[in-house]
Design a protein around this ligand. Structure first.
Ligand SMILES: [Zn+2]
Length: 289
C-alpha cells in the first residue's frame, strides 16, 4: 500500500516537472516575459513628439517606429524590461526622425529579423544624418523588405496586412506604411503620418477590410489626417494619439479630438496619459492603462 502511494507521489512529481519544463520552454521560445499563449499586448510607448508602438504575443514581437534618437533609452529600457531579446519585425513607417530616429539603437541592442519600410521614390530619399544612421543600423538586420499595399506577412500568431500606400507620392508623410496588425479576431491600425489624400486613395480600393479595434491616429492628430471617411471605414473602438505635451505643432488638432468624440471613439493621448497599454484575448481588447 505504502509502496503504491510512494509510486504515485513519484509519478506526480515527474508529471509536475514535465509541466514546469514545458511552460519554461514556451516562455523561453517566446523570449517575452509577461505574455502567455492566447494574449496580445499593444503598447503605445510614450516617446514625446513621435510614434512608437510595441505589439507582443507569446510567439512574436513587432515594433512599429521608435521615436526620436533622444528617447531611444526609454524604448530600449522598456523592451529589455519586458524580456525582449529578439524582434521578429520592425516597421519603419517613413523616414522622419520622430519615427525612425531611435531605430539604429534598436538594431544595435536587439536581434531584428525583418524590417518593413516604404518603397520611397529616389527624389524623396533623405540626406539627413538620422537617415544615415538608420541605414548603417540596417546592416545588422537579416531581411529588409520594401513593402506596399497588398503585402501580407505572418509572424507567429500575428498577421501584418499592409494597406498603404496604394501609390507613389511626392510627400514622405503620404508614403507612410499603413498596416493592420491582427491577432485572432482583433486588430490594430497603424498609420504612421499618413494624411487624408493617402487615406482617400486607400478607400478607393474595393474589397479591403479597413476596420480595426484600435486606430493609431494619423500624424499625431494633425488636422490633415483622420478624415471622417477614414474614421468611418476603420470604425475603431479605441484610438490613440501619440504626441508630445505642449508640442509646437498644436497636435492633436481640436477638430480631430472633436471628430473622435462625435464618432463615440474612446481615445487616449500619450501627451496627457503617458504610456498606454491594451490587451487582447483574440476576441476582445481591453485597456490596461
Ligand atoms: Zn511624425
Amino acid at each position: 500500500m505504502l509502496k503504491g502511494k510512494k509510486g504515485l507521489r513519484i509519478l506526480f512529481s515527474v508529471v509536475l516537472a514535465v509541466i514546469v519544463a514545458a511552460v519554461a520552454m514556451i516562455t523561453e521560445n517566446a523570449n517575452v516575459d509577461h505574455v502567455t499563449v492566447g494574449e496580445m499586448f499593444i503598447d503605445f510607448v510614450d516617446v514625446g513628439q513621435g510614434d512608437c508602438t510595441l505589439i507582443r504575443t507569446a510567439d512574436a514581437v513587432i515594433l512599429v517606429d521608435a521615436g526620436e534618437a533622444g528617447t531611444a533609452d526609454t524604448v530600449v529600457s522598456y523592451l529589455k524590461e519586458k524580456g525582449i531579446k529578439n524582434i521578429d519585425c520592425c516597421i519603419a513607417t517613413h523616414p522622419h526622425s520622430d519615427h525612425i530616429g531611435a531605430l539604429y539603437r534598436i538594431f544595435e541592442e536587439f536581434s531584428v529579423d525583418t524590417v518593413l519600410l516604404p518603397d520611397i521614390p529616389d527624389e524623396l530619399i533623405p540626406t539627413t544624418s538620422t537617415y544615415e544612421k538608420f541605414l548603417d543600423g540596417l546592416e545588422n538586420v537579416k531581411n529588409i523588405i520594401p513593402a506596399g499595399a497588398g503585402d501580407d506577412f505572418d509572424f507567429g500568431s500575428l498577421n501584418i496586412d499592409v494597406l498603404g500606400p496604394v501609390k507613389e507620392y511626392d510627400d514622405l508623410n503620404h508614403m507612410s506604411l499603413v498596416s493592420k496588425v491582427s491577432f485572432g479576431n482583433t486588430s490594430v491600425m497603424l498609420t504612421g503620418d499618413t494624411e487624408t489624400p493617402a487615406e482617400t486613395d486607400m478607400l478607393k480600393k474595393r474589397n479591403v477590410d479597413y476596420s480595426a479595434d484600435i486606430l493609431k491616429v494619423g500624424h499625431h492628430g494633425s488636422k490633415t489626417s483622420t478624415s471622417e471617411k477614414w474614421l468611418k471605414a476603420v470604425n475603431p473602438q479605441f484610438a490613440v494619439v501619440s504626441c508630445g505635451l505642449d508640442n509646437d505643432y498644436g497636435h492633436p488638432h481640436k477638430s480631430i479630438v472633436n471628430r473622435l468624440e462625435n464618432f463615440g471613439v474612446e481615445y487616449y493621448r500619450t501627451d496627457l496619459e503617458g504610456h498606454i497599454l491594451f490587451k487582447s484575448d483574440g476576441n476582445e481588447i481591453t485597456l490596461i492603462k
